[in-house]
Structures are given as structure tokens and as C-alpha cells.
Design a protein around this ligand. Structure first.
Ligand code: C2E
Ligand code: MG
Ligand code: MG
Ligand code: MG
Length: 288
């Protein structure tokens, strides 16, 4: 009897597997086509200086809306792009578009852009990024590449060389989702990293959970000692903002300030956000 049920549950398992492989194959085909047709696009989420709540830049976040699958989350399609070897194409396409968009923002605003672990194995990455910058005219010191701790694990020497080439070109590196991965503090000493982003899982819970609060506090103290900028992700509540501010966390992003919006949405936002002293006073004449 046990044998029979074992066998039948194995068959169910197979059926499930088939369905998910089919689904994935379909997603993969759709994703390839979508990239070609320019249908995967970056949206932009504001990053703020928490001391005065002004926008200092935006993080580009990939968005894909398929006609049948609907809005597919990047957590779902980025791994597919990585596995089937189209992440390089996708990144180049998104980065080029994002740099063009960032070029239209005020000069002091940065563009944060996520780089997959796979790409930190690609020794041609620095050259590709630098050529996209020169092609689009975005100054390298306005670009922040976000990497994760896992990117540094697989081939640390090669990753280090790539990061050194990028920073030599005045591009900044941020360690994303800080505190979650195989956090080794020595990364901050051994790799050229100028910024860390506190993972939202800590920020979201820091008012209700002592451990999360302690981790946030420790990251802030550590970063201060290492002269590294900190961005807190996932700020949703005013109380959390207040607490981070009082602890000396300089930068942040989260739904409290706004989710990612299309390039056009950001243009509108920036027009409305401009402080009074930067708008053209009524009746003023252009001086040319
Ligand atoms: P990430 O780089 O850590 O991006 C932050 C994620 O947190 C985004 O999710 C953003 O929408 C979300 N978020 C921002 N503020 C809040 C908040 O206040 N509360 C909560 N609950 N969430 C918030 P998203 O856009 O779904 O992206 C998920 C992940 O997918 C990113 O995490 C990043 O690892 C990856 N990803 C997104 N776009 C790209 C891309 O163009 N290239 C690569 N390689 N990865 C990307
Ligand atoms: Mg990120
Ligand atoms: Mg993150
Ligand atoms: Mg995160």
C-alpha cells in the first residue's frame, strides 16, 4: 500500500514538474521577445537625503508587463534571464535607457542600477558600462552600481578586479540587501565599496523587533567607522524615518516617499518637487 501511494505521489510530482517547466519555457520565450520589442523597461524609485527629505537620485527597477502573464515581478524574471543567458542583453538595454533618462534629471541626482551576480564574472563589464556612459553622456560619478554579497563569493579575485576598474572610472559601488547574504564584514575592507543599502527586511521590522533594530544600529555604526554611505531600503512609516534620522542614517528609500514610477512619471514628479527658489519666478524674463 505504501508503495502504491508512493508511486502515485511521484506521478503527481512529475505532473507538477512538467507544468512548471512548461510555464518557465513559455516565460523564457516571452521574455526574449519582450526584450527585443523594448517591452522590459526601467521604472525609477526616489532615494532621499533623510535629513532634509530631498531627492538625491533614483534606483532603476526592471518592469515587465506581459499580455497574458500580466505584471511579472523582477524576482521572477531576472533569474530566468540569468539562467538562459539573456541577462547581459537585458542589462545593456536597461542601462542604456536608464542613463538616457538620468541625463534629463538635475545634475546632482544619481542613477542606481542593479547588477546581477552573473555579470560580476564578466570581465568585459567595466568596458561595456563605460562605453554606455560615454554614448549617453551621463557623467560616471552619477552612476551607482548595486551589487549583492553573493556576487563576491564565487570568484572574489575577478570580482575585485572588475570593481576596481569601475571605481577607477569614478563609478560608485553599493552593496545591496546588506545584512542578508553571506555577510562577511571583511568585504567592506577588501573590496572598493562606497555605499551599503540596509535590506528592507530589517528596516520594515525595526520598530517591532529588537533584533532588527540592533542590526540596523550595528550597520550604521560600522559604516560610519568605515566612511561608507548608508541607504535604508523599505521605509514605509514616518516613525521608522524618524528613528533612522535620529540614528544618523543619511539616505533612504521606500513607499513612504514613493514606489518606482515610469520615466515620464519621474519628470512630472521633479517638476512638482522643485523648491520655490529653483522655479522661474512669475513674470521673470529669460536673460538671453
Ligand atoms: P532591490 O535592488 O533590493 O530593490 C528594492 C526592492 O524593494 C524593489 O522591488 C522595490 O520596489 C522594493 N521596495 C522599495 N521600497 C519598498 C518599501 O517601502 N517596502 C517594500 N515592501 N518594498 C519596497 P522590485 O522592483 O520588485 O525588485 C526586486 C529585486 O529584483 C531588486 O531588489 C533587485 O534585486 C532585482 N531587480 C530589479 N530590477 C533589476 C534589474 O534591472 N537588474 C537586476 N539584475 N536585478 C533587478
Ligand atoms: Mg537594488
Ligand atoms: Mg536592495
Ligand atoms: Mg532588498
Amino acid at each position: 500500500r505504501a508503495k502504491t501511494s508512493g508511486r502515485s505521489s511521484f506521478r503527481f510530482f512529475e505532473v507538477d514538474m512538467d507544468a512548471s517547466i512548461l510555464h518557465r519555457t513559455l516565460l523564457e520565450q516571452r521574455l526574449r521577445a519582450a526584450i527585443k520589442k523594448n517591452e522590459v523597461q526601467a521604472h525609477y524609485q526616489p532615494i532621499l537625503d533623510l535629513t532634509n527629505q530631498t531627492i538625491v537620485g533614483f534606483e532603476a527597477l526592471a518592469r515587465w508587463n506581459d499580455r497574458d502573464f500580466g505584471q511579472v515581478a523582477p524576482k521572477q524574471f531576472i533569474p530566468i534571464a540569468e539562467d538562459c543567458g539573456i541577462i547581459t542583453d537585458l542589462t545593456e538595454h536597461l542601462l542604456r535607457a536608464a542613463c538616457k533618462v538620468a541625463k534629463t534629471w538635475p545634475d546632482h541626482m544619481c542613477l542606481n542600477f542593479n547588477i546581477s551576480p552573473v555579470q560580476l564574472q564578466d570581465t568585459t563589464l567595466p568596458l561595456k558600462v563605460i562605453s554606455i556612459l560615454s554614448e549617453t553622456g551621463l557623467a560616471p560619478d552619477r552612476l551607482v552600481l548595486e551589487i549583492t554579497e553573493t556576487s563576491l563569493l564565487k570568484n572574489p579575485m575577478s570580482a575585485k578586479t572588475i570593481l576596481e576598474q569601475l571605481t577607477a572610472a569614478r563609478i560608485s559601488i553599493a552593496l545591496d540587501d546588506f545584512g542578508t547574504g553571506h555577510s562577511s564584514l571583511s568585504y567592506l575592507r577588501d573590496f572598493p565599496i562606497q555605499k551599503v543599502k540596509i535590506d528592507k527586511s530589517f528596516t520594515l521590522k525595526m520598530n517591532e523587533d529588537k533584533e532588527s533594530a540592533a542590526i540596523v544600529e550595528a550597520i550604521l555604526i560600522l559604516a560610519d567607522g568605515l566612511n561608507i554611505d548608508v541607504v535604508a531600503e523599505g521605509i514605509e512609516q514616518p516613525e521608522i524615518l524618524q528613528k533612522l534620522n535620529s540614528q544618523g542614517c543619511h539616505y533612504g528609500q521606500g513607499f513612504l516617499f514613493g514606489a518606482a514610477k515610469s520615466a515620464e512619471g519621474i519628470t512630472t514628479l521633479l517638476q512638482n518637487e522643485l523648491p520655490d527658489n529653483e522655479t522661474v519666478p512669475e513674470g521673470a524674463q529669460p536673460s538671453s
